[in-house]
Design a binder for this molecule. Structure first.
Ligand SMILES: [Zn+2]
Length: 628
């Protein structure tokens, strides 16, 4: 063997880094939509032409395809209507409102013709799903072109989409076009729409919207003809050349997105704020009394995006639009619809949350029906970390758990008897509460708690590595676990088996503290079923501090130390089978001022009354502060 030259070393290095960062080879279907929409604002209807180039990148031959027709949900007797009228705790925005829609208020998408490469196709409409029999099978690694003519009526706004939202925004146009369902390694995902999740292939959208020239449009994509539109889109000083006639055609293009949202209102104001090294942020809001709040939002949103890019991976588009509309906050590629009558903090909170969906819903695109917690939970976790950074600042020595609200909500769910495993399909939870608390709160807790299990820095590095490795690939739960396992060098399958696939809970306590000669024997107890690695914080009478770390045998290793300012002593593993664990401290009990399991409170321990010694309330009364 020859001594490597510099060139060989460089090649070797390239090989090693390439191997370490190898991208998963999961195939993805691809779509290229071109749509021409002619909007009749007096009837809330539009006519559309859609050309869809569909790439079958799967190893399978397809004989059918499915489109979603989401507007059909807004008709009396639809699956969404009946689901809302029969579930124990309906969404207050929906209730029985669909049932009472009149003919000119319902939504629909009617297909007037569909061709595959010029051949007329037969199809059937089943509620919100269009089932299409292909004229010719689509072979693996081939593409076809579908040409569709359709017409639609925009529903009176009930949920997310529609005309006349409660703040008077005229059009919130989400899920407004016949949309190809996703086909992935698990097959077709043409779930009937009951008001929950969206899952679709990535691709390019060319959307031309012709509408009364009084309207301003905001939403996904980049406007291609700003010199004809103006309205805050053209560079300052541009001479606007409007075509003649009462309507304007807005030409938008969006690339590598899985959806396209737009909203329109004659009263929108339009501001743009640039994130240095990041996207241009566009704000569309009505010029009523809350202008000051929306102006203040803009500077904070710039700061927030900078934080998101550094901590969660780089936002891959050059634009993000915050658009007043919808019925709360809902994420779309390159944009969000939010209600606007809010305090500054609430505006920032919803904007940050919906923007963060660009990471977990827009770019990673997990199948939210199967893994709602990997979208809402991750988003909520990152939102609260970001809000903590934006508003709370240094905590002055007092430990603040930024996720405290999520923990409370999860504990409440766990005690309610309504909890179902987070592995439940989104549409099929028994109650909205079980879905919401699991997907958002327990989902967020699952991640903050994971930072306890593997260490905060390791966890954050893993979250970014997950984003970089799996973007545009629809990762599933195992894909994420494997990233965090490789990243931390620890085994984590047990963590998800308990916390995601079951409703088992965590409760650890200090069972006994006994003097034995010159030492103290401490016995800890696992009271509930889910095992965890344990951190036990101690303060001694002389003021010194120590952290005892008890690894869990299932993890086959030790996490990094989160806070090197406190010396850490690593004890022997606690086998998951053993309810008790005893160890000795070479000091007498009188020399121990305080001890507490899980001082950072990231472990979702359902009963914290048994976790400290002496009991916590007595220590707090003396004004002691657990420092971390
Ligand atoms: Zn969300």
């Amino acid at each position: 063997m020859t001594r490597p030259t510099n060139l060989n070393l460089a090649l070797l290095f390239t090989f090693l880094t390439t191997a370490a960062l190898a991208q998963p080879d999961r195939w993805q279907q691809r779509v290229e939509y071109t749509m021409d929409i002619d909007m009749d604002v007096s009837a809330h209807q539009f006519k559309g032409k859609q050309k869809l180039v569909y790439y079958n990148n799967s190893p399978d031959t397809l004989t059918k395809v499915f489109y979603h027709l989401y507007f059909n949900a807004f008709q009396p007797g639809s699956s969404m209507d009946v689901r809302s009228r029969t579930i124990a705790d309906p969404d207050r925005r929906v209730m029985d409102r669909i049932y009472h829609l009149k003919d000119d208020q319902i939504g629909y998408q009617k297909i007037n013709g569909l061709k595959q490469d010029g051949k007329v196709l037969s199809y059937a409409v089943e509620g919100t799903v269009l089932e299409v029999n292909l004229a010719k099978p689509i072979l693996p690694k081939s593409k076809v072109t579908f040409d569709m003519e359709f017409e639609a009526q925009v529903p009176l706004q009930i949920r997310r989409s529609g005309w006349a939202n409660k703040e008077g925004v005229e059009y919130s146009m989400a899920q407004w076009y016949p949309k190809m369902a996703e086909y992935d390694y698990e097959g077709w995902h043409a779930d009937p729409y009951v008001g929950r999740e969206f899952y679709a292939p990535w691709g390019d959208f060319n959307v031309n919207i012709t509408i009364d020239s009084a309207y301003m449009i905001g939403g996904s994509g980049y406007l291609q003809n700003p010199e004809q539109i103006g309205k805050g889109y053209a560079k300052p000083g541009t001479t606007i050349k409007r075509p003649k006639g009462g309507k304007l055609t807005w030409q938008f293009k969006a690339q590598n997105v899985h959806d396209f949202m737009w909203a329109a209102d004659p009263d929108y104001l339009h501001d743009v704020a640039q994130v240095p090294g990041g996207p241009a942020l566009h704000f569309f809001y009505q010029g009523d009394t809350l202008v000051e709040n929306w102006k203040e939002l803009q500077g904070i949103a710039v700061k927030a995006f900078d934080f998101l890019n550094k901590n969660f991976g780089k936002y891959p588009y050059d634009k993000f639009a915050v658009v007043q509309g919808g019925d709360g906050g809902m994420e779309y590629p390159m944009s969000t619809l939010i209600t606007g009558h809010r305090s500054v903090r609430s505006l920032v909170g919803v904007t940050v949350h919906e923007a963060l969906h660009s990471w977990y819903q827009g770019v990673l695109g997990t199948n939210e029906s199967l893994y709602p917690w990997m979208d809402e939970g991750f988003t909520d976790y990152a939102t609260q970390i970001t809000m903590h950074y934006l508003f709370d600042g240094p905590s002055g020595g007092n430990y603040i758990n930024p996720l405290e609200g999520s923990y409370r909500s999860y504990f409440s769910l766990a005690q309610s008897g309504l909890e179902e495993p987070m592995s439940t399909h989104s549409d099929h939870y028994n109650t909205n509460r079980a879905y919401g608390s699991a997907a958002y709160s327990k989902g967020a807790v699952s991640q903050h708690q994971l930072s306890y299990v593997i260490g905060h820095e390791t966890f954050m590095r893993g979250l970014r590595r997950y984003f970089d490795t799996w973007k545009m690939k629809h990762p599933n739960m195992n894909d994420y676990i494997r990233i965090q396992e490789k990243n931390s060098g620890l085994e984590l399958d047990w963590y998800y088996e308990y916390f995601v696939n079951s409703t088992k809970t965590i409760d650890y306590g200090i069972k006994s503290v006994e003097e034995q000669g010159e030492q103290t024997n401490v016995t800890l107890e696992r009271i509930e079923k889910m095992p965890m690695p344990i951190e036990l914080y101690l303060e001694y009478a002389d003021g010194s501090k120590e952290l005892f770390y008890i690894p869990l045998d299932l993890m086959r290793g030790v996490k990094e130390h989160d806070d090197p300012s406190i010396p850490r002593t690593i004890l022997t593993d606690w086998p998951w089978t053993h309810p008790y664990y005893t160890f000795s401290i070479p000091k007498k009990p009188k020399d121990i001022r305080y001890m507490e399991i899980d001082p950072t409170q990231r472990m979702a321990d359902t009963d914290r009354t048994n976790q400290s010694y002496p009991w916590r309330s007595a220590v707090e009364a003396e004004g002691e502060v657990v420092n971390k």
